[in-house]
Structures are given as structure tokens and as C-alpha cells.
Write a protein that binds this ligand. Sequence first.
Ligand code: GDP
Ligand code: FO1
Length: 307
Amino acid sequence: MMTVLTGGTGGAKLIEGLILEIDPDGLVIVCNTADDSVLHGLYISPDTDTIMYTLAGLSDDRQGWGIRGDTFTVLEQLENYGCSTWFKLGDRDLATHILRTKLMRQGLSLAQATETLCRSLGVATKVIPMSDDRVETRIATADGDISFQEYFVKQKWHPEVRRVSYSGVATSRPAPGVLHAIREASAVIICPSNPVTSIGPILAVPGVRAALRETAAPVVAVSPMIGDTAISGPAHKLMAAQGFEASAYGIARGYADFLGAFVVDYADSDLKPRIAALGLSVHVTSIRMASVAEKRRLAREVLALVE
Ligand code: GDP
Ligand code: FO1
């Protein structure tokens, strides 16, 4: 069993490659849930859904989230009613949120609701939210605290960020199976996901970081950054706000207490000695995944590192 820690869009690219290379049954995927939001009364878990749709072959690869070919009729009518519609929920995607919300209102945990959704979509891989407890990434800006979706989607990551925090994390518990999946894994793969808003919250759930330090499995991570900028999104800005060097080195430093190997881009080969000095082995390759062939090739290289 291999265990994968992931956010949404960047992680989904590597996972798409991994399931083309190994049996999807042999993977356990632990998803960030600190981006989750309640909108229009519905519980939305964007990273879990992105991964679930990827595994089900439904994902919209062009935009990185949502269901391919979805329509937006419900959203148009919500707009007619004067509702706020900056978060683009597609009609078929809404069905996921309606069912999840219904299951959770019936008393199922987030993990149980995720399992039900995955089963219905024919997903063989085990997908576990990092926690059943509510953990929320909060972005402190000059104009006050906002949620991650308000910062990322509504305000298009324009506000200057003072600090990122994970509200509720200190008292959260890992969802059933998370620690076991890390401790008993044959390998742990940390996806090229945002280190502050995707991997950071997972690591902050009590017990997860210790399990990563203690596992006998090799732990390998792929960088989501090239040079001083993230391949997409605001990771570099958020790293700077958290006091990390915005680079692959900064990420390696943040993971060094549990990581065995780190995969960086050719353009960052000059960082190799600094990262190696942290006690990590460094694999230099092309880390951009713009095509299925590139996702698959990078997945193969990651698998070779842990095998
Ligand atoms: P989110 O939850 O939607 O933000 O998704 P993730 O946290 O999983 O992924 C976002 C990260 O993916 C960003 O920091 C990007 O730099 C990274 N990313 C996006 N595309 C690629 C790619 O092709 N290769 C690599 N290595 N990282 C990528
Ligand atoms: N990302 C956007 O940039 N704009 C959207 O309107 C948007 C809608 C959306 C709907 C469902 C869903 O599961 C994800 C959605 N995302 C959207 C992506 C998502 O919010 C972010 O990529 C992640 O939360 C970042 O971790």
C-alpha cells in the first residue's frame, strides 16, 4: 500500500500519472480539507472532489477542478435570485455537494460520506479526508481575516497576506485510517501541492507529522515550485508570508524532518547541494505536467525513487 498526501489541482496531476502506472487499489489518498466551505447551505470539499473526479475519469483537466462538460444552469438561477455566485458550481458538481450534505445531515462523518461518493463513482482507490473535524485555512490580510476560497477564488489571490492559520486544527483528530496509512505504507508520496494551504494543514493535524517521522516507509515529495514562483497559484506568496524562503529549498526545509527524497526541476539543479545538506536525496528532472505523458513519466520517476 502506498500513501499519498495531496491538495487538489497539482496533486491530481501526479495522481493521474500514478494510477496509470500502478494498481489504483494499492493507493490510499489523504486529502486536505482545510479549503472546505459551506456555500448555498451545501458542504463543499474542493480538494477531495478534485481527487475523486480525477480517479473517476470525470475531471475537467483544463481548469483543474469540477466535472468535464458541466453546465451552470442552477448557478444562473441562483444569480437571478441575487445570490452570490463567485464560486462556480456546475450542475453535476452540485449533485455531489447535495448528496454529501444530505449524508452528513443523516449523521455520516465526512470520511464516510466520501467513501459513499467514491463507491458510487466506481473509484477503487481509498480517498480519506485528513480529518472529520472542521479545520479552516484563514488568510489574514490588511482588511481582516478571510477564508481560503474568498482569498483564492473571490479575490483572485490579490490581497497582501500577513499570515495563514488553520483554525480548529489543534483540537482536530486525523480521520480513521490516516495514521495507519502513513505508518503501514510501503511508501509515502507528498504531491506537488501548495505547501502552505494543502500539505501544511494535513501536517498540522495532531499525529500526522509524528507518523511521517516514525514510518519505516520511504517518504518522497515533488516540488510545486520552479525558481521563486509556484507553477500555478499563490504558493510562493503564502510561503513568504509564513517566513519560508519561496523556493524548492524552502519547501525541502519545511519537510526535512520526515522527508527522504525531494524531486526538483532541472531549472533548480543549483539548489541540489543546499537541499542535500538538509540530509535529503535530491532527484532532478522535469516537474511540469502539461500532458498525460508528462504526468505518467513523473509518476514513474517518483515510483522508481521509492521502489
Ligand atoms: P489546490 O488545492 O487546488 O491548490 O491544489 P494543490 O495544492 O494540489 O496544487 C497546487 C500546486 O500545484 C501549486 O503550488 C502549483 O505550483 C502546483 N502545480 C501545478 N501544476 C503543476 C505541475 O505541472 N507540476 C508540478 N510539479 N506542480 C504543479
Ligand atoms: N476555483 C476557481 O478558481 N474558481 C471557481 O469558481 C472554482 C469553483 C470550484 C467549484 C468546485 C470545486 O470543487 C472547486 C472549485 N474551484 C474553483 C477550485 C478550488 O476551489 C481550488 O482550486 C482549491 O480549493 C484550491 O485548493
